[in-house]
Design a binder for this molecule. Sequence first.
Ligand code: NAP
Length: 282
Amino acid sequence: MAEISLPGMNTSLLIIGANGYVGAKLYVDLKEHYPTTGTYHHTPLFPELIHLDITNPKEIHDVCTKHMPTVIIHVANHANPRWCEAHPEETKLVNEMATAWLVEEANNIHAKFIYISGMVARLNNNNYALSKSASNKIVASTADDYVILEPHTVIGLSPNETNDRMMNRFLKNFDAGVAADYDTSWHFQPTYLHHISQVIAEIVKQDIRNDSIPVLTSDLKTRYDLAHDIFGPLGLVTRPAALETDRPPTTETTDKLKKYHMPIYTYAQMVNAIQSELKTRT
Ligand SMILES: NC(=O)c1ccc[n+]([C@@H]2O[C@H](COP(=O)([O-])OP(=O)(O)OC[C@H]3O[C@@H](n4cnc5c(N)ncnc54)[C@H](OP(=O)(O)O)[C@@H]3O)[C@@H](O)[C@H]2O)c1
């Protein structure tokens, strides 16, 4: 697995949502290199995580002023599009309004604000996408020092194996030895989870400011490709099936990653790296 660059002096991180699928991996990767505090909302995945409900502006203020991080990484959102469709008010509160409160506190303590957005924000086709797009606008127009990261569907081993994310569904079938149908119709450029940690380390090291960075591989792949290529050699039986038909393929470049001389993963490198992660899984 590629190394993370060493941090700048006096860097300290606050990861909001260190409990989730993406946040838990960022937390374990980045705390190896930086003094890092992580927050949870419900049950802490790691005992040292501190409680924060981002719908409570006073709690945000108290946590930020107590820990005084130089970088805040915001990775706490409702991330299930179907849930967001059924709960529009909670989605607006957590995914949009809380962003404004977090940015306000980041500005108050002069912290860099790194927002984990997503390529989905460009679609504007459901509550989830709209809330991510609204947060991008809030961050870009009000944060003094920010970077917006735009992953596509994220894949890779996380300490959080229970949240309902694509990788964890693969793992569930793999662990149970269940053969399953995987979609072949929707083509997207997957994002390698550990790559996000590496990109954040570069943002901190280079002190990158006020930009949006797509973080993804350049190859168009399907869910079937991912399940088949990562888990097939390990014994998972994958059946191709055209389950989704109307989602457009992504067409994004890795130009921003190149511009900042950041690590870039080909699809094959990502598959190899995830297979190595799986070998160390306990
Ligand atoms: N997974 C992907 O493929 C993907 C792709 C692109 C972008 N993203 C973005 O990455 C971020 C994380 O996604 P994920 O896949 O890791 O989702 P996840 O596993 O569902 O994690 C969501 C996190 O949000 C926290 N949270 C929810 N409501 C909160 C509240 N009121 N106060 C504080 N924390 C709260 C949860 O805390 P508790 O667990 O403690 O409740 C959890 O840590 C999201 O912004 C998502 O849009 C994900």
